[in-house]
Design a binder for this molecule. Structure first.
Ligand SMILES: [Ca+2]
Length: 149
C-alpha cells in the first residue's frame, strides 16, 4: 500500500508543474532588440560600412530555437532568410547587412547595399514554418540606432 501511495505521489509530482516554475513570459519568443540603421561614417557603401549596419535578435525563451527559413525583412520588402542556425536560450544573434562568414553569434545578410533606412523603417521577423509575424521594430527619422522592448 505504501509503495503504491509513493508511486502515485511520484506520478503526480512528474505531471504537475512545480510551484517554482514561472509561467511562459508573454511576448515574442524571439525579439528584435536593436537595429543599428545608420552605419558609422558616410554611407558610401563598401562591405565594412554595410556590416556597420545590423539588427540584433534575442531568444527570450529557455529553449533553443532553430531559425532556419525565418525571415527578417524591411518595410520595402527586402528579405533575409536564415540558414540553419540554433539561437540558444537567452542568447542574441547579430545580423549584419554585408557579406561575411557566419559565426555562432553573427550572421551576414550578404547585401551589396544598405537595407535599413536612416530616415525611418520597420524591421519585421517572421517564423519559418508558416511565416507568422513574430516581432517588429520601427523607427523614425534621426538617430543612428534604436532599441526595441
Ligand atoms: Ca552613416
Amino acid at each position: 500500500m505504501l509503495k503504491r501511495l509513493l508511486a502515485a505521489i511520484g506520478v503526480a509530482a512528474a505531471v504537475l508543474p512545480s510551484a517554482g516554475t514561472p509561467a511562459q513570459a508573454a511576448g515574442p519568443v524571439v525579439q528584435i532588440v536593436k537595429v543599428y540603421y545608420d552605419s558609422p561614417g558616410s554611407d558610401r557603401g563598401g562591405n565594412v560600412s554595410l556590416n556597420g549596419e545590423y539588427a540584433v535578435l534575442r531568444n527570450m525563451t529557455t529553449r533553443g530555437i532553430q531559425l532556419q527559413n525565418w525571415i527578417l525583412r524591411d518595410e520595402t520588402g527586402y528579405k533575409y532568410r536564415f540558414p540553419s542556425f540554433t539561437l540558444k536560450p537567452g542568447k542574441s544573434v547579430t545580423v549584419r547587412s554585408g557579406q561575411g562568414t557566419d559565426t555562432s553569434t553573427t550572421l551576414y545578410w550578404g547585401r551589396k547595399w544598405y537595407v535599413w533606412n536612416n530616415d525611418g523603417d520597420t524591421a519585421g521577423l517572421y517564423r519559418g514554418s508558416d511565416l507568422k509575424k513574430i516581432d517588429g521594430c520601427a523607427w523614425g527619422r534621426g538617430g543612428i540606432s534604436t532599441t526595441c522592448p
